[in-house]
Design a protein around this ligand. Structure first.
Ligand code: SF4
Length: 110
């Protein structure tokens, strides 16, 4: 194998690696600005077993699998005192829930 690389080829290939990495990093950063999906409102370690049981039974999740049925659009939801914070849920006795969360009791009519 007698293949030689020119200086131009080596420089071009050397630039392709960092540019490719920059594009991948930029793509990874896209879509990660949804603050409600990163927020944890229900820490199981801070709940009583009854509170944890209700959430487990109703399959509460901090991030809804369906963007059309999130806690903030549910009839049982009460908005947070501060924008961007956790709301509360009547089904969970007024305990905190994620505005972007979901459970099996999601309803538009209470
Ligand atoms: S009932 Fe379920 S979906 Fe509705 S606000 Fe409470 S936790 Fe969210």
């Amino acid at each position: 194998m007698d293949k030689k690389f020119s200086r131009r080829t080596i420089l071009k290939r050397g630039l392709q690696i960092p540019l490719g990495g920059g594009v991948l990093f930029g793509l990874a950063a896209c879509g990660s600005d949804d603050s409600s999906s990163a927020m944890v409102c229900a820490d199981p370690n801070m709940m009583t077993s009854a509170q944890e049981s209700v959430r487990r039974t109703l399959k509460y999740t901090e991030v809804s699998p369906d963007p059309a049925s999130v806690c903030s659009g549910c009839a049982f939801f009460h908005a947070p005192a501060q924008e961007g914070g956790c709301g509360s849920c009547e089904m969970f006795g007024g305990e905190p829930v994620n505005p972007g969360g979901h459970c099996d009791s999601w309803s538009v009519d209470a």
